[in-house]
Design a protein. Structure first.
Length: 303
């Protein structure tokens, strides 16, 4: 068995996340005060959405050290599963925020015009500024996440994108409320739309992690690619018992290769090493490949 030891990426994760955390603090405070002063429930809801990023940013910063710990007696496959659990936690937290904001918006709509707010231009300016900043944070964080193959960092990037998206209906709702005061419900409807965006974002973040906790295997396209690489290795007659599973964002592969029965033990070992090398170098984030060797037997049909 060959194993690649990934370089500790926790420092990069923490640096990128601290940058996002700083901007989230500034934006949440700015949007809250602008929403309060400018009379916009939608912008205040958006400020709470940004504030929820604090928890996810802190979770990623704290967790990055944990999931980069080397394997030990209790965790022989390493600690990458903690990365998955944190991603699921981020998604659940986002969904909880969305449900709360949606409830508040519905309650305001039930109260009618007397319970509605009347937004001002400061709210619109802050919403537009938020869209630009959060889109920039999304691109910055996602690029870093892809470079170091960090599932949690990419999840946090999409959280930034959800914040950018949520500010779009806020900007529209605030603009309508300013230009058409008789449409008193526009701001609350904007807050409700924000809640729907947040719920969808939470689902998109949590669902892949839930699959991984359940030991989901590689996508069919990836599995086919890895099988083909093994089969095309000179000397391999066939393969069977092919299995994959994710541990965090790392992919583990097990398979059996069938080789000529008269092949020497040394040659068979070298062939298995070549199959491992091809799979590990496939660019699919495979960190562990276990290749079992079976001698060819015409009386057996390996599947």
């Amino acid at each position: 068995m060959t194993r690649i030891v990934k370089q500790d990426d926790s420092a990069e994760v923490r640096h990128v996340t601290w940058v996002g955390l700083g901007w989230n603090v500034a934006l949440s405070v700015g949007k809250f005060f602008a929403g309060f002063i400018g009379g916009s429930q939608a912008l205040i809801a958006d400020a709470i959405h940004s504030a929820s990023d604090f928890l996810t940013d802190i979770a990623v910063i704290a967790g990055s050290k944990l999931w980069n710990c080397p394997p030990d007696a209790n965790h022989p496959y390493g600690h990458r599963r903690f990365e998955t659990l944190i991603s699921v936690g981020i998604g659940v937290a986002v969904c909880a925020v969305g449900l709360g904001l949606g409830y508040d918006a519905i309650q305001t709509l039930r109260l009618g015009e007397e319970g509605a707010s009347h937004p001002e231009w400061i709210a619109a300016v802050m919403a537009a500024l938020s869209i630009a900043i959060k889109e920039g944070l999304f691109r910055y964080t996602r690029k870093a996440g892809k470079n170091i193959r960090s599932q949690a960092l990419e999840a946090n990037a999409w959280h930034h994108r959800s914040d950018a998206y949520s500010s779009i209906p806020v900007l529209i709702a605030v603009g309508i409320g300013i230009l058409f005061p008789e449409l008193w419900f526009a701001d609350s409807v904007g807050a409700l739309i924000v809640a729907c965006f947040i719920l969808h974002s939470g689902y998109e973040i949590a669902w892949p992690g839930i699959h991984q906790v359940a030991d989901i295997g590689a996508p069919e396209e990836t599995a086919t690619k890895l099988k083909t690489l093994a089969l095309e290795t000179p000397g391999v007659i066939s393969i069977h018992g092919f299995r994959t599973r994710f541990v965090g964002s790392d992919l583990h592969v097990d398979l059996h290769i069938v080789v000529p029965a008269d092949m020497t033990l040394l040659a068979a070992h070298d062939l298995s090493e070549e199959v491992e090398r091809r799979i590990l170098d496939a660019g699919e984030n495979v960190v562990d490949a276990m290749v079992h060797v079976d001698p060819f037997d015409p009386k057996k049909a390996f599947k």
